[in-house]
Design a protein around this ligand. Structure first.
Ligand SMILES: Nc1ncnc2c1ncn2[C@@H]1O[C@H](COP(=O)(O)OP(=O)(O)OP(=O)(O)O)[C@@H](O)[C@H]1O
Ligand SMILES: Nc1nc2c(c(=O)[nH]1)N=C(CO)CN2
Ligand SMILES: [Mg+2]
Length: 206
C-alpha cells in the first residue's frame, strides 16, 4: 500500500488508540540510528512470486501447523510456537514484544527480522536491536524514510500480510488468525479489530 493511501487510515488508528504520531516518528528515527542494515532486497527475492504462509498467534495456530507451506512468515510470538514444533520461520515480523533470545539465534542463521518501531516500544528497540547480527528490515507505521519502510498494516499479523503482498507473493495463506477472539484484553480486542478491518481491505475474512 502506498503511504498516501495508508496515511488517512493511520490517523484513524492514532485517534482510536490515542497514539501520538510524533512518538512513532521518534521511535523510527531511534531505530534507524541504531543500524544501517537494510535486507529489503533479500526479503523481496525470498518472497517474490512464491507461495507464502503468514502465521498469526491465535491459540488455533498449534492445530493448524499441518497447513503451513511455502515461505513461512511468523507474526511475533507465533515464531515461538513454530520453534516448539520444529519449524524455522524464514521471516519474523515483530515489534519486539513477542520474541525471546531464540530470535537472535535464528537471525544469525538467516531468518530475516522485520523490526517495527512505534511510540510504545522505544525501550525494546534500545535493548534488542544491537543484539541482532543477521538480516534486518526496519519498519514504521508513520512516514517512511531512509532504511525505514512502511508496507502498510498495523498489528504484527496484518503487517506481515501487507508485507507479503508488497513483496509480490504469488499466494498468501493465513494460519493462526482468529481476529474475533473474545478471550483477550480490551486493548488487544481493539488491535484485533483493526487487524480484521485492514485484512478485509486485502480480501481476507478472519
Ligand atoms: N487470536 C489472536 N490472538 C493474538 N494474536 C492474533 C490472534 N489472531 C491473529 N493474531 C495475530 O498474531 C499477531 C502476533 O501475535 P502476538 O501474540 O505476538 O501479538 P502481539 O505481538 O502482542 O501483538 P501486537 O504487538 O501486534 O499488539 C498479532 O499481531 C495478530 O495480528
Ligand atoms: N504507538 C503504538 N503503535 C503500535 C502499537 C502500540 O502499542 N503503540 N502496537 C502495535 C502492534 O499491535 C502496532 N503499533
Ligand atoms: Mg508484537
Amino acid at each position: 500500500m502506498r503511504y498516501e493511501e495508508w496515511e488517512p487510515i493511520y490517523h484513524e488508528i492514532c485517534d482510536y488508540f490515542s497514539f501520538d504520531p510524533l512518538e512513532d516518528d521518534k521511535a523510527a528515527h531511534i531505530l534507524s540510528n541504531l543500524t544501517n542494515q537494510d535486507a529489503t532486497q533479500k526479503l523481496r527475492t525470498l518472497i517474490n512470486n512464491q507461495v507464502v504462509t503468514v502465521c498469526g498467534n491465535a491459540p488455533t495456530l498449534e492445530n493448524e501447523i499441518n497447513k503451513i507451506s511455502g515461505i513461512i512468515i511468523a507474526a511475533d510470538a507465533a515464531s515461538g510456537v513454530l520453534i516448539k514444533n520444529d519449524i524455522t520461520p524464514d521471516v519474523i515480523v515483530t515489534d519486539l514484544d513477542g520474541i525471546d533470545d531464540y530470535a537472535v539465534e535464528l537471525n544469525k542463521n538467516g531468518t530475516i527480522l522485520v523490526v517495527h518501531a512505534h511510540g510504545d516500544n522505544i525501550s525494546r528497540i534500545n535493548s534488542w536491536v544491537l543484539k541482532f547480527e543477521g538480516p534486518l528490515v526496519l519498519t514504521t507505521q508513520g512516514k517512511p524514510f531512509g532504511n525505514v519502510y512502511n508496507f502498510g498494516g498495523f498489528t504484527d499479523g496484518d503487517r506481515a500480510v501487507f508485507l507479503a503482498h508488497a513483496m509480490q507473493a504469488r499466494k498468501v495463506n493465513l494460519v493462526g488468525f482468529c481476529l474475533d477472539d473474545q478471550d483477550v484484553t480490551p486493548m488487544k480486542k481493539g488491535k484485533l479489530l483493526w487487524a480484521r478491518r485492514l485484512l478485509k481491505k486485502l480480501g481476507y475474512e478472519c
